[in-house]
Design a protein around this ligand. Structure first.
Ligand code: SAM
Length: 504
């Protein structure tokens, strides 16, 4: 099902020519460390990255972060491993950034303090511009009953510039009702214009620094911002108001002349993606388009090149396309690359087409390793690994005596068993069965049903090239009898990006 964009383009998108330095409108499939080495120095204007905390696990594409459920020691050891993993990648990202470019690193409490130190070392402490706090959920979503910590409701986005020549545009938010009622409480008679009353005394009070004029006006003697003549003119025009005799006069500031509230470092006006929203693709790590559009509007201009080297389901690429920027995406997961290609086609209505791409329209996906033919020819164990990882699961380490289970999915949304402590989440998992078969029949489903019954699982995943109609009706009657569901996925579902909708 095609999804609509959640927010409309704010500027007319420019078709734009690919840059002469580097190919744009390209999704590269592969480890970004390798892919980045192919890019020349100083070739992109803006980089946004949102790496998974434990980057060796592709399955986070689907199920998100499970790390916080682990014991502290494990987390601490992994933090070092995470920084070791990220450092060479950030060095490469710094290299490919233009002198005028900006860099945004999206992370959270797991590693943000370590990331800041690493980035200070790579970019230079003085190139740190801002720490942005994105309030992504309300407190009750995190502070579970009995938890002895505050709700972890925000992500951190570090903003660095490569040099002092970085491009930057101040943004303004529309005023919310509470702000309007508090600060723009006056309504002008006759015109109906809302206004606030602003201070017109000189900055610095009784000792202003800039030699402001000192005189009496409406019975009040002060250092003022305006000359006496200017003050009188404004007063005649009805711009200066004195609330009562003896009160310090103030100047009307009209709401319709204001730009809005300047965007600061705390972003609490962009909500998380709701699963029912048009924008949602069903991935827990998907970031809202509005968040990326704000970053792009602040730190890039139309036709600038935006790079996301951990681009997941391609939010930064869609934002770039919406705002008429050029873009480059990199992701190690072939499934993520297919999902974002589909999103660009469905949402941005651009074609994945080599010929169009050559003339500066359309886009291409490079270095995808998988085709149905290659998968058929793979050794069975490798095929099993591919399928399990593509589903966001963990393959079984032992391939012999796997008791009908090729992998397990640990959904992050599942509630761990209370009596199992820190590792309680390990009890909530769904089995994956993989068959490198053209037609899975009823007996294959029967034996998977036995596995699900034996392991007392409510949901299981089956992957094959196709299913007989008998197999499909057996899945239905098993659900009717036991309430347990088997999700039958084909290799084509996975390759054709349908997987997100089936898993959501
Ligand atoms: C948190 S998700 C990004 C989500 C994205 N911001 C969005 O809104 O959809 C992180 C992505 O990084 C990818 N990734 C992990 N390690 C990688 C690597 N070494 N090279 C490229 N991509 C990688 C994962 O496959 C995953 O899709």
């Amino acid at each position: 099902m095609a999804k609509k964009p959640a927010s409309k383009p704010k500027e007319t998108p420019v078709a734009g020519k690919p840059s002469s330095l580097v190919d744009t409108r390209v999704i590269y499939c592969g480890d970004n460390l390798e892919q980045l080495k192919k890019l020349p120095d100083g070739c992109v204007d803006l980089i946004y990255i949102d790496p998974p905390f434990n980057s060796n696990r592709n399955y986070e594409v689907f199920w998100g972060e499970t790390k916080e459920k682990r014991a502290f020691d494990d987390r601490h050891a992994s933090t070092q491993a995470y920084i070791d993993f990220m450092r060479p990648r950030c060095v490469e990202l710094h290299r490919v950034l233009k002198k005028t470019g900006s860099f945004y690193y999206h992370c959270d409490w797991h590693a943000s303090h370590y990331v800041k130190i690493m980035l200070d070392q790579i970019f230079g402490e003085n190139q740190f511009i801002n720490e942005i706090i994105w309030k992504r959920q309300s407190a009750h979503n995190d502070a579970k009953q009995g938890a002895r910590h505050l709700g972890r409701v925000h992500d951190t986005i570090f903003f660095y510039a490569k040099s002092d020549e970085y491009a930057f545009t101040h943004l303004y938010k529309t005023y919310d009702q509470e702000y309007l009622e508090k600060f723009y409480k006056h309504v002008e008679e006759g015109t109906g214009r809302r206004y606030s009353l602003g201070d017109i005394t000189a900055p610095g009070g009784a000792a202003p620094s800039k030699g402001n004029p000192h005189y009496e006006f409406l019975g009040v003697t002060r250092y003022w911002r305006f000359s006496k003549e200017e003050m009188e003119r404004l007063y005649k025009e009805g711009q200066i108001v004195q609330a009562k005799n003896g009160a310090v006069p103030r100047q009307k500031r009209y709401l319709d002349e204001g730009k809005g509230v300047p965007v600061g470092t705390v972003w609490d006006d962009i909500g998380p993606i709701q699963s029912a929203s048009d924008e949602s693709l069903g991935y827990p790590t998907q970031k809202p388009l509005k968040l990326l559009e704000r970053i792009l509007e602040m730190s890039s201009k139309p036709n600038d090149i935006v790079l996301d080297a951990f681009c997941g389901c391609g939010t930064a690429l869609v934002a770039a396309e919406n705002l008429g920027r050029q873009w480059i995406g990199i992701d190690v997961s072939p499934t993520a690359c297919r999902v974002m290609a589909k999103r660009l086609r469905d949402v941005c209505k651009i074609k994945e087409d080599e010929k169009l791409w050559r003339i500066g329209r359309g886009f291409v996906v490079r270095d995808l390793p998988w085709t149905e033919a290659k998968l058929r020819a793979m050794p069975p164990f490798e095929f099993e690994n591919w399928a399990v990882i593509a589903l966001g699961g963990r393959p079984n380490v032992a391939k012999v005596g796997d008791m009908g289970i090729d992998g397990r999915i640990y959904p992050v949304s599942a509630t761990p068993k209370k009596d199992k402590g820190e590792l309680g989440f390990m009890d909530v998992w769904y089995p994956i069965q993989v068959k490198q078969k053209d037609k899975v029949g009823r007996p294959d489903i029967d034996s998977f049903e036995a596995v699900m019954t034996r392991e007392d699982r409510t949901k299981g995943f089956f992957v094959a090239f196709d299913y007989s109609s008998d197999a499909m009706s057996e899945i239905q009657s098993f659900f009717k009898k036991s309430g347990k569901s088997i999700i039958a996925l084909t290799v084509k579902d996975i390759l054709d990006e349908q997987i997100a909708y089936k898993l959501a």
